[in-house]
Design a protein around this ligand. Structure first.
Ligand code: NAD
Ligand code: TYD
Length: 347
């Protein structure tokens, strides 16, 4: 099988390639990525494998997308590429619409032009944030109405709608997965968990929005990648699957857990690390709670996560402690200026 993976130099895409390229030597994986600030080719541990290739392609460039699709003739497309950070989308929504909406449209058009498209598959990777916010009770199911709150989630919602519309209108074989918050190795340290780990390790403030009461539903990144592959193999054509592992946590409890594990791994005092917690003004439009009902992907595809939140978080802390070269390589000047811009307005 020829497989195009978009955004394979980002967090989830790199983990996906690291797992799947060695597991399936008979498949050829072509990673197309624009290498934005969020990408890091050092996250890919399989770059020297004969069944892996990288091409720098911006999915907003229709001609470049058409060209790589025509050459590779993918049997499967796994579409991760996106602008993915909510706070950035609040400051600069334009890029989110370009990459997440126009980029997805370009991929669908290039896919539609392939010969015998009915025997191929377009797998669209999306988020539970398209459903908006839950109150204290209930779960997101595959039939929950879309109600996105941020420019990020609105752009992902639009991309989901386009993928579904291409299935209904042109009969394209597609599947969509909507996943809860991921964490694990190689996540860019602008997201809650890696940001808090590195700040705790370096003794810097731990900026918690509001009172830390917001709830996210956490999934270890490798479990997400395994779920995607199960859906590729066993999912129904045209179907949507929500992916999660029933790991709801309040943000403040996540930060406490990080302080405890970092203290344990480094011999420091957990109480001193917790003293670094700084409550900062809330994110505008901040969704209160996300929680996935994963029964469909469990029942139809046999998904069962391997990591608990506690075991996955410890693996993640160890990754950031043991991979300082990777951490330093993602902290470019652009990264630092973004962090300064974001937090100078909040503190
Ligand atoms: P990420 O920001 O770490 O990586 C995104 C990758 O896409 C980067 O390598 C970047 O260079 C690439 N990219 C961005 N714009 C591009 C463009 N115009 N052309 C080509 N490549 C481009 O994101 P992630 O956390 O790995 O998320 C991957 C996918 O999973 C996204 O679609 C995201 O919406 C979805 N998702 C993420 C989470 C999460 O918690 N991280 C949860 C559910 C769903
Ligand atoms: P984030 O990792 O940005 O993921 P998302 O917004 O896509 O859920 O944020 C996770 C939660 O952590 C969210 O409720 C916002 C909160 N948060 C903070 O409290 N402080 C921070 O510095 C960041 C980045 C997030």
């Amino acid at each position: 099988m020829n497989i195009i993976v978009t955004g394979g130099a980002g967090f989830i895409g790199a983990n996906f390639l690291n797992l799947m390229v060695p597991r399936f030597p008979e498949h050829r994986f072509v990673n197309i990525d624009a290498l934005t600030y969020a990408a890091n080719l050092l996250s890919i541990q399989v770059a020297d494998r004969p069944n892996y290739a990288f091409e720098r392609v911006d999915i907003t460039d229709r001609g470049a997308v058409d060209d790589v699709f025509a050459r590779v003739e993918p049997d499967l497309v796994v579409h991760f590429a996106a602008e993915s950070h909510v706070d950035r989308s609040i400051h600069a929504p334009q890029t989110f619409v370009q990459t997440n909406v126009v980029g997805t449209l370009n991929l669908l058009e290039a896919f539609r032009a392939l010969p015998d498209v009915a025997r191929r598959m377009f797998h669209h990777v999306s988020t539970d944030e398209v459903y908006g916010s839950l109150g204290p009770d209930g779960w997101f199911t595959e039939s929950t109405a879309y109600d996105p709150s941020s420019p990020y989630s609105a752009s992902k919602a639009a991309s989901d709608h386009l993928v579904r519309a291409y299935h209904r209108t042109y009969g394209l074989p597609v599947r969509i997965t909507n996943c809860s918050n991921n964490y694990g190795p190689y996540q860019f340290p602008e997201k809650l968990i890696p940001l808090m780990i590195l700040n705790a390790v370096e003794g810097r403030p731990l900026p918690v929005y509001g009172r830390g009461e917001n709830v996210r539903d956490w999934l270890f990144v490798e479990d997400h990648c395994e779920a995607i592959w199960l859906v590729v193999e066993r999912g129904r054509v045209g179907a949507t699957y929500n992916i999660g592992a029933r790991n709801e946590r309040r943000n403040i409890d996540v930060v406490h857990a990080i302080c405890d594990i970092v203290a344990d791994e480094t011999g420091r005092s957990a109480a001193e690390l917790r003293d670094l917690i700084t409550f900062v003004p809330d994110r505008p439009g901040h969704d209160l709670r996300y929680a996935i009902d994963p029964r469909l992907v469990e029942e139809e595809c046999g998904f069962a996560p391997r990591e608990t939140f506690e075991s996955g978080l410890r693996r993640t802390v160890r990754f950031y402690l043991e991979n300082r070269a990777w951490v330093d390589s993602v902290r470019t000047g652009e990264y630092r200026s973004w962090i300064e811009r974001n937090y100078s307005e909040r503190t």
